[in-house]
Design a protein around this ligand. Structure first.
Ligand code: 5AD
Ligand code: SF4
Length: 431
């Protein structure tokens, strides 16, 4: 999400005559794009801003700006009290950056953190930053109104709004023509995507179908799905199009109904397992990944065991795992007590991570002996003689470099694995 926002900012400013630089010491303006979802975010940003402020000794006219989620909440401390900033712009204020910068040019500080109900930056073609030229992101909606009790997003990114479907399809086509072969459609809850056009309503399944039809050679992924909204219609759409990747990220957060209720997730463990069952039925071989929070308010040992047991039942292919960290302006901060001791949170998180490592290894072992289609992404970090790429299930495969090029598809026979990476050989070598 944040990379996607930085790409929109880069586009707005390059259109206004600014240039990007990779040399931070030669920059006239430095923007720090922030996310406050998880812990220590603010401390990290403060340290970074203090470091950038030290550049002012050499270049006194340097402008330092803060963008994104943290803008509204930290503007008083970071701008007024600590004087680390010249400019603060919230996630819906990026179009005003040229004016805000002009204001800073006259010697004043500039702030715009107003959230919008309709800004989607639909007409802006992002400048791709740090891209491998093969895979990219497209933001399809902004904001969230689910109000999960631990989550800061509804208060920092505002109301949910969907972006014009035609602009999403056009952006996908444009990327394909530029040589990209994979896009990830991004939103906080893509399953509630909805765009009304000419009396017709386009839901996420229909959008995905339209994007899939851009080219069979363009792989499409998406994140994130909320378990309460992932429909059979969507699963059947994925089943119909081979270029819609067989990998679903379905954050469960906890395996305990008591925790799910306190988290305001609006589904039960049983509902969730029902959706997993539907995925297994409609999309055999589809990878499932998740997000898990350890040590949420009031979490007992039994609740924690329920999370471990659910992980075993689902057999996740991958997971992002976090220790609960209270965020300001959330339902949990206002109404619940962050009462699981730090050492207990840490121990539970470690148990979750260890179990996931075992599950990831088991999931990868099942691939050994199979021949899979891999999209080549680039040269492996470990060896110049090897390429790495991904399967439709989002598993990373490393294999010997041959006459193929990044962006091409290759049939690879899987010969070995660790919990993180598969090893393979070009399938033609094995016949
Ligand atoms: N503490 C820990 N993890 C959190 N997440 C969101 N808010 C918090 C929090 N306060 C995690 C959730 C979410 C992912 C993006 O970040 O697991 O799915
Ligand atoms: Fe946060 Fe829940 Fe919205 Fe995800 S769905 S962004 S966890 S409030």
């Amino acid at each position: 999400m944040n990379i996607s926002d930085s790409e929109i900012v880069a586009s707005i400013l390059t259109d206004d005559g600014y240039e990007l630089t990779k040399e931070i010491s030669s920059a006239d303006i430095i923007f720090v794009n922030t996310c406050s979802i998880r812990e220590h975010a603010e401390e990290k940003v403060r340290k970074r801003l203090q470091y950038f402020k030290s550049f002012r000794k050499k270049s006194p006219s340097l402008v330092i700006g803060l963008l994104g989620c943290m803008a509204d909440r930290t503007k008083v401390a970071l701008m007024e009290e600590e004087q680390l900033l010249d400019l603060v712009a919230g996630p819906d204020a990026y179009r005003h950056l040229p004016q805000l910068l002009a204001q800073v040019g006259t010697g004043r500080t500039a702030i715009d953190t107003i959230l919008s109900t309709d800004e989607t930056y639909a007409d802006i073609t992002p400048v791709r930053l740090d891209s491998n030229g093969i895979s990219s992101f497209i933001s399809i909606m902004r904001g969230c109104e689910n109000y999960c009790s631990y989550c800061v997003v509804p208060s920092t990114r505002g109301q949910e709004r969907s972006r014009n479907a035609a602009t999403i399809v056009n952006e996908t086509r444009d990327l394909f023509e530029k040589g990209y072969r994979e896009v990830t459609l991004l939103g906080q809850n893509v399953n509630s995507y909805c765009w009304e056009s000419g009396g017709e309503s386009i839901n996420f399944a229909r959008l995905l179908e339209q994007v899939a039809l851009v080219s069979p050679l363009m792989r499409i992924r998406f994140a994130t799905s909320h378990p309460k909204d992932i429909s059979d219609e969507l699963l059947h759409t994925i089943a119909r199009h081979p270029n819609l990747c067989k990998a679903i990220h379905l954050p469960v957060q906890s395996g305990s109904n008591h925790m799910l209720d306190l988290m305001n997730r609006k589904y039960t463990r049983e509902d969730y397992l029902g959706r997993i069952h539907a995925i297994r039925e409609i999309l055999p071989g589809c990878a499932v990944s998740t997000d898990i929070i350890a040590g949420f308010c009031d979490e007992t040992e039994e609740d924690h065991q329920e999370t471990l047991s659910l992980m075993n039942l689902v057999g996740y292919d991958a997971a992002f795992m976090f220790k609960y960290s209270e965020r300001p302006q959330t339902l949990a901060a206002d109404t619940l007590s962050d009462n699981v001791p730090e050492d207990v949170k840490e121990r539970r998180l470690t148990e979750i991570i260890n179990l996931q490592q075992k599950l990831s290894l088991e999931s990868n072992r099942k691939e050994i002996g199979k021949t899979v289609e891999v999209l080549i992404e680039g040269v492996s970090k470990r060896s110049e003689n090897e390429y790495f790429g991904r399967t439709s299930q989002n598993k990373v495969v490393v294999f010997n470099k041959m006459e193929y090029l990044p962006g091409e598809y290759l049939q690879v026979k899987i010969t070995g694995t660790t919990s993180a990476t598969l090893r393979g050989e070009h399938a033609d070598f094995n016949v």
